[in-house]
Design a protein around this ligand. Structure first.
Ligand code: 1CP
Length: 350
């Protein structure tokens, strides 16, 4: 296969690579002064998410500063339950407050997100942001994993997810139905983003590691695999990245079951172990510890090079193991990008 001219797509399609693709989870956000300015003008975080011109602007901001290979749609995983009819607010410093779903009536009352104003707004952001990026940059769309989104819908806020986990252990029929509804709606949501212009999709199942054993297979691996199957049917050429955070040694099971193009790997798992043990030459994304970025340019750059050494550039998407922390100096991100580029240039095969 020939190169697409976009390093991220090349790696995901196993085409010849021109360079190791780099992007950062939460690359748009409060650590950037230019983000804080747009956010202030837009009002609340949610008003920013649903203002396509402003959301497209913050989507492209990191690309003006850093030599990176992807833009990620600026939105939130909780747009899906919001479009399904639940109230949603973000309190500063407290995180999300979401209406809850805890019985069969409440699951049945959830709306389809097709034709919702929220979906239209997000698709408009995708179209505007896609116009504003360079040719070599890939546009990533995303949604949350069914289990992670269900966690917020059941608990109503960030939590240790005890109640959601108990409901899963009991295999409550309304919980099983909720996961199915989230599979359906998330596929519609990503499909609409693809129609609007995204070239890669990523599913963030941030709380995947909270479930173990059989529950992990039933409520993380199976729903993610079903989403991947349905998306492949509708959009065979759009690569899917699954970030089921915390699966550890079970990432390989997810890769096999889902046939996704790449797996996101949390910082807690050694990348050299993952590179040697997950799938056959599976493409892996991650997994620099975001805390190392708080250590400043030298520490972060040296950790970044260690990571680059652990996995070859043709099967790696350089990224963090989780989102950039508020308080990270933008210059540190720049130093990481430069260190990875320099290391790759010095070790390129002739
Ligand atoms: O303006 C602000 O400072 C609000 C902070 C913020 C931002 C910048 C939130 C609140 N969401 C976002 C944007 C966001 N969220 C993106 C945009 C693109 C980018 O990466 O640049 C993405 C991909 C997400 C995804 C998201 N939202 C996840 C999955 C990834 C992860 O971090 O694990 C989750 C769990 C959320 C929920 C959420 N959104 C925001 C908060 C504070 C939370 C709760 C997190 C928690 O429960 O710990």
């Amino acid at each position: 296969m020939s190169s697409t001219g976009k390093p991220l797509l090349d790696v995901l399609r196993c085409s010849p690579v021109t360079r190791r693709p780099i992007w950062f989870m939460r690359q748009a956000g409060r650590y950037l002064p230019e983000y804080r300015k747009v956010r202030e003008q837009a009002g609340s975080f949610l008003e920013l998410c649903y203002n396509p011109a402003a959301a497209a602007e913050v989507t492209v901001q990191p690309l003006r500063r850093f030599d990176i290979d992807a833009a990620i749609l600026f939105a939130d995983i909780l747009v899906v339950p919001h479009a399904m009819g639940l109230d949603l607010r973000f309190e500063d410093g407290e995180g999300p407050l979401l209406g809850t779903v805890r019985d069969v009536q409440e699951v049945n009352a959830l709306k389809q997100l097709e034709n919702s104003w929220q979906l239209k707004s997000i698709c408009e952001t995708v179209a505007l942001a896609s116009e504003g990026i360079a040719k070599h940059v890939a546009m990533i769309g995303f949604c949350g994993g069914p289990w992670t989104v269900a966690c917020y819908m059941i608990e109503g806020k960030s939590s240790d997810w005890q109640f959601a986990k108990l409901v899963a252990y009991r295999r409550e029929s309304w919980f099983i139905r909720l996961i199915e509804r989230l599979v359906e709606e998330s596929v519609e949501y990503l499909s609409a983003q693809i129609d609007a212009g995204v070239e890669v999709v990523q599913v963030f199942d941030s709380w995947a590691g909270e479930l173990t054993g059989r529950l992990r297979r039933e409520f993380v691996i199976a729903p993610l695999s079903e989403m991947t199957r349905r998306l492949h049917e509708r959009h065979p050429n759009v690569p899917i990245i699954l970030f089921a955070k915390g699966l550890g040694t079970d990432h390989g099971t997810l890769a096999e079951a889902s046939k996704c193009a790449a797996l996101g790997i949390e910082a807690e798992l050694s990348m050299s172990w993952a590179a040697g043990n997950i799938g056959h030459e599976m493409v892996l994304q991650g997994n620099l510890d975001p805390i190392s970025l708080l250590g400043g340019e030298q520490i972060a750059a040296s950790e970044a090079v260690e990571l680059a050494k652990a996995i070859p550039s043709y099967r790696h998407i350089f990224n963090l193991g989780h989102g950039i922390k508020v308080g990270t100096a933008p210059e540190t991100i720049g130093a990481v990008v430069e260190a990875v580029r320099n290391w790759d240039r010095a070790h390129a095969s002739p």
